[in-house]
Write a protein that binds this ligand. Structure first.
Ligand SMILES: CCCCCCCCCCCCC/C=C/C(=O)SCCNC(=O)CCNC(=O)[C@H](O)C(C)(C)COP(=O)(O)OP(=O)(O)OC[C@H]1O[C@@H](n2cnc3c(N)ncnc32)[C@H](O)[C@@H]1OP(=O)(O)O
Length: 294
């Protein structure tokens, strides 16, 4: 299980682009660092197509803590080095893609832990948003806040029915960071709708997300969604990959520049917000409300 990403064929050596994902797919887990075994992700790469599937596996909610986010980020970076062609991001859970930041780790945490969490979130977003890989979020469960961030940072979103997706920060009294706002605007058909959504903490159903343009397709099963994800990646021919990647990065460059200029400010806002007694009190109540559902 604990295998590093090695022996991945260079995409340039692949002779055939359009092949179904299966037969020669190898499954292995991603390492969190060169010496540490992975804990929360599994990566499978199809040798023939050059398509990787990264599966989030941190039960029960794929809540994003620093270690988990570091693993995801390193997987993407490793795949880039191996000239992998496309990445499908999905969840091992049958009902939660990701519930966003691990709120339990935000509660009564010391400053160093809060800082570690936020920097890991910033780094993960930056890596996913800027990667030259063709990225698809296969949203097979609820995707809230940071979970939605993973989806909107990807290039294409395919969602299974009857789940929820959206960014709920203002509902809990928090401003949406400008880089997340820009990422959301980048994919929504209308800036006006994006502003409405983020200011009102709108959470969509899968079906309404499709109508609004927040997701691109629905699929009735994970298998169908995998096929559609592979089809999206395959729709870009080998010939266009380099030009495509540069064009994608040009589209995203200004958002990335703004982020770099405000990175420290963004961290400072998060730290000061999370350390407020009123926020910690609210967070405690919020966590209790999640538990009270049982
Ligand atoms: C008070 C909020 C503070 C926010 C702090 C952020 C400050 C920065 C602002 C700007 C940030 C932008 C970047 C992103 C930020 C975030 O991601 S904040 C996280 C916001 N996420 C949520 O509000 C989601 C909360 N969860 C849910 O709504 C539901 O759990 C669900 C995802 C819709 C799933 O519902 P359901 O299938 O009914 O499962 P549950 O029973 O509710 O949950 C299962 C278990 O998972 C635990 N859990 C759920 N969410 C989280 C979480 N975010 N962190 C940690 N743990 C979580 C839940 O407690 C259950 O646990 P068990 O009781 O152990 O089973």
């Amino acid at each position: 299980m604990a295998t590093r990403i090695i022996h991945l064929p260079k995409y340039s050596r692949l002779s055939c682009l359009v092949k179904p994902l299966t037969i020669s797919a190898r499954t292995f887990a991603t390492a969190t660092a060169s010496t540490n075994p992975p804990q929360f992700t599994t990566l499978s790469v199809d040798d023939r197509t050059g398509i990787a599937t990264l599966t989030l596996n941190r039960p029960p909610a794929n809540a994003l803590n620093a270690l988990f986010m570091g693993e995801i980020q390193r997987s993407i970076t490793d795949l880039e080095k191996e000239n992998c062609r496309g990445l499908i991001l999905t969840s091992s859970s049958q009902r939660i893609f990701s519930a966003g930041l691990d709120l339990k780790e935000c509660y009564k945490a010391d400053v160093a832990s809060l800082e570690g969490l936020w920097c890991a979130l910033q780094n993960l977003w930056r890596t996913l948003f800027s990667t030259p890989l063709i990225t698809v979020a296969l949203i097979n469960g609820h995707a809230i806040a940071g979970g939605c961030m993973l989806a909107v940072s990807s290039e294409y979103r395919i969602m299974l029915p009857n789940f929820k997706i959206g960014v709920n920060e203002t509902m809990v009294g928090l401003a949406v960071p400008s880089w997340l706002m820009d990422t959301y605007i980048n994919i929504m058909p209308s800036r006006r709708i994006a502003e409405w959504d983020l200011t009102s903490s709108r959470i969509y159903s899968s079906e309404s997300a499709l109508k609004a343009g927040l997701v691109d397709e629905l699929a009735s099963s994970k298998e169908e969604a995998l096929q559609k994800s592979a089809a999206f990646i395959d729709s870009f021919s080998k010939r266009t990959l380099m030009a495509r990647a540069i064009t994608k990065q040009q589209f995203r460059a200004e958002i990335l520049r703004n982020f770099e200029q405000n990175r420290q400010h963004d961290l400072d806002i998060y730290l000061s917000t999370m350390q407020k007694p009123s926020m910690q009190e609210f967070l405690g109540e919020y966590l209790q409300s999640l538990d009270a559902k049982k």
